[in-house]
Design a protein around this ligand. Structure first.
Ligand code: PEP
Ligand code: MG
Length: 754
């Protein structure tokens, strides 16, 4: 029998594991070798490795030394089932002197396990992410010591990273791009949206990194060679012509409701194709004997380098244009269908995307978007939602090595991304998607009241003109928040007063019911237009954002206010300032509105000269001065998205502290009540426009403290209307009382997390 090693460091060294990776060609042989190595080092009779199948939510035996080999793939345990399942569920080692005496012991027939009494199970985990369990067994009862537990923990932690990466490493070594080895792999991330996308992967490589892989397909033109030049030039020219025709058609078809963000988006592409420096250079390369596709790639790569090297963000943004064009030219060269020149069948994977690029890929019919890394701004996710583009965000870098054309299922509701899913998963998603497509739109209530007769309004938060239709479709009781910064962020320059006027006028005309609250620019924080040459800030969320930005750039602010006042001529107009943190800011902003009214009047313009002026309550300072603010403002709207973040000092975009972002934290609940009370005392209209309002318990609480108006993402409106019309104000009041009595987060959790 092997003798146990004493030194934990020597038990399984990193280099030993690496040497296993060097030779192996499949995960199962790799795991089997690891089990053998660990059994030997730990002088155990049995070593088994179970991997956790996130999809089926079960542990599956993947390798074993000592148990019957036939049990591999057959022995399955739910988290919490058996000693192994407990180790996984509770993420802790379990050491048993006599396993069969443990009530949790689970007997499996024909695996010859019962003769091994001593049992040690250690979870393989990465943080809270469950990867699997490694177990050791021995005939001699009480064989394993505390020291063995520590040793096996050390091994498990090495295994965690290795197993996570193994599929990718093995795939890369096999000379593939990894797709085959990502078979039936599911990655857990963060989803945004309420839909599922099924499509083929298309990697929009990051700025400054390796460039796209080739699409497959038969080349309908000749290989390189001077004698083939004529054929190749003809193939290139017809692909070019086809691309120009497609772009013209695309531009022509851009819906009017996208005029605020899509502008002349494809005209820029069109002009680039006509640019002799770009396509002319491609043609030159072909005349020197290059294949047309190589010419397209080479010249595109040169331009990408030039654009990426530029210090000007506006120029960097052109990288995507040029990549779009490469995609289109290649698809047309390869003779693919019209659709494949767009991203119609694709789920785009990227690690960095500008809002303008998001609009472009959406217009080119991308089915979904997978974003890797931490560069996802609030505006990217808000915009994706507005466009109805399913979005999946992850820190799992395997997504960047998915092969082009790999099959993907992106489920933005469950926040799962499946790579090359099994037939079973594909069928179940296809059936579900088809059912969703034919589902009759259930009846959405119009005006709602509580069961005891109090009227409630559920309005829409909108970001682009396109959202107004969505808001009307779900019977929103008006627009409680228009985030006016989107046209500023998506386009490559600040829109002029005239352009803004047309956007605001269109929104007011399209909004058929209720009011519309225009919020002035809220840029800064993570909502920064790339072209604004503003100093990088160490703490942008605590920096020059919201109303501070507008007051610091009065020329920009005045143009926006003038556009709003003009658009509001002959209608009710409500203007609201974001991020107000003092009366000084509020008063100053109001003064600018008054000045704009005077100047428009003196110019003889048509305008609304008596707009209602409101403030967002989204920083704790506004809560501190709430009595003054509610006395001075015509209306208030609580922005819980930010208020929660600033009250709790929890960054709303930081995944690591996501668990601490709790709108029901006692400090937040009490702030909300303070604001609600003050609004009642001052008879100031109050609404809540943060997404917390769409949480059912938060809604109960808010109704309980007196809030009667909510504004949320249009997608949430039908559910909220149905839910709210079944509530009674008296029940909500008792719930709010209980909630306000909670002293700890735990106590609040028990009320809100059920
Ligand atoms: C908020 O902070 O709650 C809010 C509605 O504003 P935004 O999400 O645009 O910051
Ligand atoms: Mg906000």
């Amino acid at each position: 029998m092997a003798v146990k090693r004493d030194n934990i460091d020597l038990i399984v060294s990193a280099s030993e594991l690496t040497s296993l990776f060097d030779k192996k060609s499949s995960l199962s042989t790799l795991l089997q070798d690891i089990a053998e190595m660990v059994a030997e080092h730990m002088a155990a009779d049995v070593c088994s490795i179970y991997l956790y199948d996130q999809l089926q939510r079960e542990l599956v035996l993947r390798a074993t030394i000592g148990l019957a080999r036939s049990s591999i793939g057959r022995v399955k345990l739910k988290p919490g089932e058996g000693i192994t399942g407990i180790a996984l569920k509770e993420l802790r080692p379990v050491r048993e002197a006599r396993a069969t005496k443990n009530p949790a012991y689970k007997y499996f027939e024909n695996i010859e396990e019962e003769k091994y009494e001593a049992f040690l199970a250690v979870p393989i985990k990465k943080g809270l992410n469950r990867i699997g369990v490694i177990t050791l067994q021995h005939r001699q009862p009480d064989y394993f010591s505390k020291r063995d537990t520590a040793a096996l923990k050390a091994i498990a932690s090495q295994l965690a990273a290795s197993i996570e990466n193994s599929q990718m490493l093995i795939g890369l070594r096999a000379g593939k791009t990894g797709a085959d080895d990502f078979s039936n792999l599911m990655i857990q991330g963060t989803g945004r949206g309420s839909t599922t996308a099924i499509g083929r992967a298309y990697i929009l490589s990051s700025r400054g990194k390796a460039y796209n892989k080739r699409p497959g397909g038969k080349k309908p033109f000749s290989p390189e060679g001077a004698d083939k030049i004529d054929v190749n030039i003809a193939a290139f020219d017809s692909a070019l012509e086809l691309s120009m025709n497609q772009l013209e058609e695309l531009q022509f078809n851009v819906d009017d409701s996208l005029s605020d963000v899509a502008g002349m988006i494809f005209t820029a592409h069109f002009l680039m194709l006509r640019d002799e420096n770009y396509t002319g250079e491609m043609r030159n390369l072909i005349t020197t004997g290059h294949c047309p596709d190589d010419a397209v790639r080479q010249i595109t790569a040169q331009y990408v380098d030039i654009f990426e090297g530029s210090d000007m963000p506006g120029i960097q943004e052109k990288v995507q244009d040029i990549k779009d064009l490469e995609h289109r030219l290649l698809a047309n060269l390869y003779g693919k269908s019209f659709e494949s020149a767009d991203y119609s069948a694709n789920i785009i994977i990227s690690d960095d995307i500008f809002p303008s690029e998001l609009v472009k890929i959406w217009l080119q019919k991308a089915r979904g978007l997978v974003l890797y890394g931490s560069g996802v701004t609030a505006h990217i996710s808000i915009l994706a939602r507005s466009l109805g583009l399913p979005l999946f965000m992850t820190d799992d870098r395997r997504v960047m090595s998915i092969s082009e054309d790999a099959e993907l299922i992106l489920d933005s509701r469950s926040s799962h991304l499946y790579i090359n899913p099994s037939d079973e998963i594909k069928v179940s998603y296809k059936t579900a998607t088809a059912a969703e497509a034919v589902a009759v739109k259930e009846d959405i209530p119009g005006q709602i009241t509580t069961t005891d007769g109090t009227g409630l309004k559920i309005q829409a938060n909108i970001n682009i003109i396109h959202d107004v239709d969505a808001a009307m479709d779900v019977k929103a009781d008006g627009i409680g928040l228009y985030r006016s910064e989107f046209p500023f962020i998506i386009r490559n320059e600040f829109p002029s007063e005239e352009e803004q006027f047309r956007i605001y006028q269109k929104i007011l005309r399209m909004n058929k019911v209720g009011e519309c609250i225009f919020r002035t620019l809220d840029i800064g924080g993570d909502k920064m237009p790339g072209y604004a040459s503003l100093k990088a800030e160490a703490n942008p969320f605590l920096g020059f954002r919201g109303i501070r930005f507008s007051l610091g750039h009065p020329e920009v602010f005045q143009e926006q206010i003038r556009a709003m006042l003009r658009a509001g001529a002959g209608r009710d107009l409500k203007i609201m300032f974001p991020m107000v943190s003092s009366m000084d800011e509020f008063n100053k902003a109001k003064e600018i509105v008054a000045e704009c009214i005077i100047s428009l009047e003196s110019e003889g313009s048509e305008l609304n000269s008596s707009p209602l002026i409101g403030a967002m309550v989204e920083v704790p300072a506004a809560v501190g001065i709430i009595d003054n603010l509610s006395a001075a403002a015509d209306f208030l709207s609580i922005g819980t998205n930010d208020l929660v973040m600033y009250t709790l000092a929890v960054d709303r975009t930081n995944e690591r502290v996501r668990g601490m972002y709790k709108p029901w934290h006692p400090a937040v609940l009490r702030s909300l009540q303070t604001v609600a009370e003050s609004a009642v005392i001052n008879a100031t209209e109050l609404s809540v426009c943060g997404e917390a309002a769409s949480d059912s318990n938060m809604m109960k609480f808010l109704i309980g403290i007196g809030v009667r108006k909510f504004s949320v993402d249009p997608l949430k409106i039908p559910g909220m209307k149905r839910f709210a019309s079944e509530l009674s104000v008296s029940d909500c009041r008792s719930f709010a009382e209980k909630a306000l009595a909670a002293e700890t987060v735990k106590a609040a959790d028990s009320l809100f997390c059920c």
